[in-house]
Design a protein around this ligand. Structure first.
Ligand SMILES: *Cc1c(COP(=O)(O)O)cnc(C)c1O
Length: 387
């Protein structure tokens, strides 16, 4: 084995998702680890991709910024849903999933030694993307309070230093399922303006919001459009996580450096799928409502089941994920679970810099019968965790 000469990724081994998915296969477990749906996206989107391939649209390198049809569809989507105005020519970049958009934004806007503030628990690619560019992450911890997760404004303020460059935000938030409130976003925005920081806002769960709550893009707050890079993707919204079609929206001076990095990461990607997602984004509002309603119903089945079994459950306001609090040694608990119970879950410890090992994340974006089977397995004999 060779080592990464820069040493930048030394702390990153195989992702927990690969490890736990392999365990799921080995033990015949139900995999509620990785967050992907077990049913494919809507037929009109799947058919549009097949038609694009057959008609020779997107089979060769698409334009570097993404196909114009998709860039225009992203602009219409941002305007129809949030009243945000972007120019399809100069302010939208299509990427290989949100993951590439996030990486390119961080690499394009930080120099080695710059600090990036983010909230823990965080999506695993954040730490790696920050490390790749030689930047340094500073985390602010989200903690449960009144049935949702939030941060201490003083801790957020204390995370800012003279080296701070950007705040990497994720709302709706994976893994906690929290939707940041306008007040929370205002605190972040005030700090960004005060210290001249950029915001990179990961909004891939924008349409998976439950109970009539509202997702608020931070770019809609007064004075924030000019310092915000907004990122989303098709994977979660259209249940096609394998397609990797993402987009980055920002004013030209912020988008330029992102585009410069992106062209040498992948240049372009997902040609025919770009056409399909351009069609998908034209879906009527009812499509997004039904998606959220269907997922909320599965959240209820799963979290009510866990509550009945006596688990301490945090009910998510959005996303694919529910968290339980097992008190301590959650990682050991998760490693024993496949063998003893036949279910795979992710120890949330992997999403923290702090030594917090009490939470377990389950993905509930699965068929109802799969969730019920998982619950019946979890109802079995108590897990024996050796210490
Ligand atoms: C799934 C996910 C992504 C990755 O999106 P892709 O479009 O698949 O690259 C990014 N951020 C969060 C928080 C996610 O959960």
């Amino acid at each position: 084995m060779t080592t990464n000469r820069a040493g930048r990724l030394d702390e990153f081994g195989t992702t927990i998702f690969a490890e736990m998915s392999a365990l799921a296969l080995q033990t015949g477990s139900i995999n509620l680890g990785q967050g992907f749906p077990d049913t494919d996206g809507p037929p009109f989107v799947l058919d549009a991709a097949i038609a694009a391939i057959r008609e020779g649209r997107g089979n060769q390198y698409p334009p570097g910024a993404g196909i114009p049809e998709l860039r225009r569809a992203v602009c219409s989507h941002q305007h129809a849903n949030y009243g945000l105005e972007f120019d399809a020519e100069t302010e939208v970049l299509i990427t290989v999933g949100a993951t590439e958009g996030i990486a390119a934004s961080i690499l394009g806007h930080t120099a080695p030694g710059d600090e990036v503030i983010t909230f823990e628990p965080y999506y695993d690619s954040y730490a790696a993307s920050i490390a790749l560019g030689g930047a340094i992450r500073r985390v602010v911890t989200l903690r449960p309070q009144d049935g949702r997760w939030t941060f201490d404004p003083d801790e957020l303020r204390a995370a800012v230093t003279s080296k701070s460059r950007l705040i990497l935000l994720n709302t709706p938030h994976n893994p906690t399922g929290t939707v940041f409130t306008r007040l929370e976003l205002q605190l972040v925005a005030d700090l960004a303006r005060e210290h001249d920081l950029l915001i990179v806002s990961d909004e891939v769960y924008e349409h998976l919001v439950f109970d009539g709550r509202q997702h608020i893009p931070i770019a809609t707050l007064p004075g924030m459009a000019e310092r915000t890079i907004t990122i989303s993707s098709a994977g979660k919204t259209f249940s096609v996580t394998g397609w990797k079609v993402g987009w980055v929206c920002a004013p030209p001076k912020l988008l330029g450096p992102v585009r410069a990095v992106k062209q040498f990461l992948t240049y372009v990607g997902s040609g025919p799928f770009q056409y399909a997602i351009a069609d998908g984004l034209a879906a009527p509002p009812a499509f997004y409502r039904e998606l959220a309603t269907s997922l909320a119903a599965r959240r209820d089945i799963f979290t009510n089941g866990l509550l009945e079994l006596g688990y301490q459950v945090m009910i998510p306001q959005a996303t694919y994920f529910a968290t339980i609090d097992v008190g301590a040694e959650a990682e050991k608990w998760c490693r024993a679970l496949p063998e003893q119970v036949g279910v795979v879950a992710i120890p949330s410890r992997v999403f923290y810099d702090s030594d917090i090992d009490r939470y377990v994340r389950f993905a509930f974006c699965k068929k109802e019968e799969v969730l019920r089977e998982a619950l019946s397995r979890l109802a079995g004999p108590q897990l024996q965790v050796s210490t």
